[in-house]
Ligand binder design. Structure first.
Ligand code: SF4
Ligand code: SF4
Length: 351
């Protein structure tokens, strides 16, 4: 009898890998936020908020994480449909979210406005916030409530109530928080009351941070401090090893003006278009606060360029009279010694 050959090798496909790769490239092309969003405004560290607003580093996500975010966004459609099913009248949901501008670069976008139909106060308008949670986070939320378990969500809703009243001319003093457990579809809902002085203090905090020319102090100088240990800026705050990306917001010439414009001192205070901010220009000079391991030699700096004592390279003039930031960063990152490998100076550009 002929021998039967059955191939038991598992034939894995590259499809999953390709989907993650495609998401990586598509998702990370998404625009960096040009404003300080109220979804972050309750963060415990002012320095973290400032560095985020200044795009210190690109928060690049892997494809799997981006697909996970998409799942969260899809949940919004489901929740909106469920709320409508029980008779709530909703406006400004999904692709039509309110754009709330608090001034001084602070903005917010609630997930929706409930005009009527919340069981405990059917005629009162509410702002709506929808969040997905894993099992652990959901259980904590059920046990402690939003203010204690999710203080950043609580802060976000406070700002959104304040901003919605102003934007829509409605008196909104309540928010509805809808939480969905991703593991088992349990729902948790809670009504939040507006705390006006707290909301106003949060907005003021965000505005002050956004327009600050200087990096705020760290919340701790201890590298093992619990709130710093897993922060993505840990190696900047505790050791100065992390170097910033090169674009307008990490440049000494950049100013976030109180009227919401972003201007450049090197170009006579002209407003910098958003697209140009992302690219920067050859006149870029690292903001000294963002390179704490490099000593600024003031007497050798000029109005347009800064002289830094870079541990790997020695004294380097940074700016269009000297060496471009990208090249200094690359040479320092490669651990080169001396400036021989850094390319020549470049000319300013128009924007
Ligand atoms: S490492 Fe600590 S001080 Fe630095 S940004 Fe993060 S939380 Fe703030
Ligand atoms: S000098 Fe160039 S990189 Fe710096 S803020 Fe002005 S335009 Fe942007």
């Amino acid at each position: 009898m002929a021998e039967l050959h059955i191939d038991l090798t598992i034939s894995k496909s590259k499809t999953a890998e390709m989907i993650d790769d495609a998401w990586f490239w598509e998702g990370n092309k998404a625009e960096l936020r040009p404003y300080l969003g109220v979804s972050l405004i309750g963060h415990h560290c002012p320095r973290y908020l400032w560095l985020n607003f200044r795009w210190f580093s690109w928060d690049v996500q892997e494809g799997r994480m981006l697909r996970l975010f998409r799942r969260g966004q899809r949940e919004e459609e489901t929740v909106v449909s469920d709320l409508r099913m029980i008779g709530m009248e909703l406006d400004h949901v999904l692709d039509d979210q309110l754009d709330m501008d608090f001034g001084c670069h602070v903005k917010g976008h609630p997930d929706g406005i409930i005009l009527s139909g919340v069981p405990e106060a059917p005629k009162s308008p509410h702002t709506l916030e929808i969040k997905t949670h894993n099992r652990e986070s959901f259980n904590e939320l059920e046990a402690k409530g939003v203010m204690e378990a999710k203080p950043m969500h609580y802060a976000q809703m406070q700002c959104e109530m304040l901003g919605s009243s102003k934007t829509l001319g409605l008196k909104i003093e309540r928010a509805l928080y809808v939480a969905v457990s991703k593991d088992d579809d349990r729902l948790y809902t809670e009504r939040i009351r507006l705390d006006r002085p707290y909301a106003q203090s949060l907005i003021k905090r965000g505005q002050d941070i956004a327009v600050s020319d200087y990096m705020p102090s760290p919340i701790s100088t201890r590298p093992d401090w619990w709130q710093c240990r897993f922060c993505r800026f840990h190696d900047l705050c505790h050791g100065g090893k992390l170097l910033p990306e090169v674009h307008c917001r990490t440049c000494i010439h950049f100013t976030a003006e109180k009227d919401g414009r972003c201007t450049c001192a090197c170009y006579g205070g002209k407003e910098i278009p958003l697209e140009a901010q992302r690219k920067g220009c050859p006149c870029h000079v690292f903001h000294p606060d963002m390179v704490p391991a490099w000593e600024l030699i003031r007497e050798r700096s000029t109005q347009d360029s800064a002289c830094y004592r870079v541990p790997e390279l020695g004294d380097v003039l940074n700016g269009w009279e000297g060496y471009p930031s990208e090249d200094i960063k690359a040479a320092a990152g490669r651990g080169e010694h001396g400036t021989e490998n850094i390319s020549a100076e470049s000319d300013p550009v128009d924007f």
